[in-house]
Design a protein around this ligand. Sequence first.
Ligand code: AMP
Length: 114
Amino acid sequence: MSETIFSKIIRREIPADIVYEDENVLAFRDIHPQAPVHVLFIPKQPVPTLNDATPAHAELLGRLMLAAAGWAKSQGFADDGYRVVMNCNRDGGQTVFHIHLHLLAGRAMHWPPG
Ligand code: AMP
């Protein structure tokens, strides 16, 4: 159920442009970038949607956010700013059911989002 294309990326069975990795988190460039910088931060432990997260996942969710912010700082655009987004299910626009944090940067973002 939780096996997706992202599991294959974690296992290096399909290629991805990986930009960050630690014990719990992997980050790689989105194949259809929506901004000059568009990177997906995913937990190595698959969780299908944010609805499936429990208090046991609280640390993992925090690690995703901290990994994204840390990488933004390391790349030098953190002070200019960026956006992080997690889509959930149909109305959220989720298409891959392994939770992931989109990090978008390199242009001014619009609000409200589409
Ligand atoms: P979401 O619509 O929030 O579920 O986001 C899924 C994202 O995964 C989309 O932005 C896709 O472009 C991206 N994506 C799907 N397959 C791959 C892949 N093989 N490598 C990198 N990004 C991918």
